[in-house]
Design a protein around this ligand. Structure first.
Ligand code: ZN
Length: 170
């Protein structure tokens, strides 16, 4: 059966609840009837649809994805989270230290996942720096100090000594 079919009202209701119209990939008509709905193991919703114009069947898949918030820099500019850029800084701090590539990869993964779990649209770059520095502290104290010199701007020996004393005391 093609064109208007009974059950259309049901399909319509589903569309409105899911908040979008699904365009037919065959004829581009932007109304379809939902004929079956199922859930996949990733929390996604798969809808089997039938185009109300050409009658072709197709499926749509709606799946939640974790997105990484935008990073707000000190000057207020926004930028995409850049794992490679972060990795460069961490690698430099870990140069010639007994820190494996897998360790660095895990650290970066933890930071990225941590940011995603916050569920925020934007996060200050300080938050990212704080996460890196906290993880580095547990990983390797020399790498931590190297990173801290840049990140915490430990630009004189006194503040560097204070930080080292804190580490030795802790
Ligand atoms: Zn169609």
């Amino acid at each position: 059966m093609k064109g208007k079919v009974p059950g259309n009202a049901y399909g319509k209701q589903q569309e409105e609840r899911s908040g979008f119209n699904m365009r037919c990939p065959y004829c581009q008509f932007d109304d379809s009837k939902v004929i079956d709905t199922s859930h996949d193991s990733h929390g996604g919703i798969r809808r089997r649809r039938e185009c109300l114009k050409c009658g072709q069947r197709f499926s749509s898949l709606e799946r939640p994805i974790l997105s990484t918030p935008l990073i707000v820099k000190a000057d207020g500019a926004r930028e995409e989270f850049n794992r490679e850029k972060l990795e460069r800084g961490v690698r430099i701090a870990c140069a010639k230290r007994p820190v494996s590539a897998a360790d660095i990869d895990r650290l970066l993964g933890q930071v990225e996942t941590g940011l995603q779990k916050m569920g925020k649209a934007e996060v200050s770059s300080r938050v990212v720096g704080d996460m890196v520095i906290k993880s580095l502290k547990e990983l390797d104290q020399i790498a931590y100090i190297r990173y801290a010199i840049v990140y915490l701007r430990l630009d004189d020996l006194q503040s560097l000594r204070n930080e080292i004393n804190r580490l030795l005391a802790g």
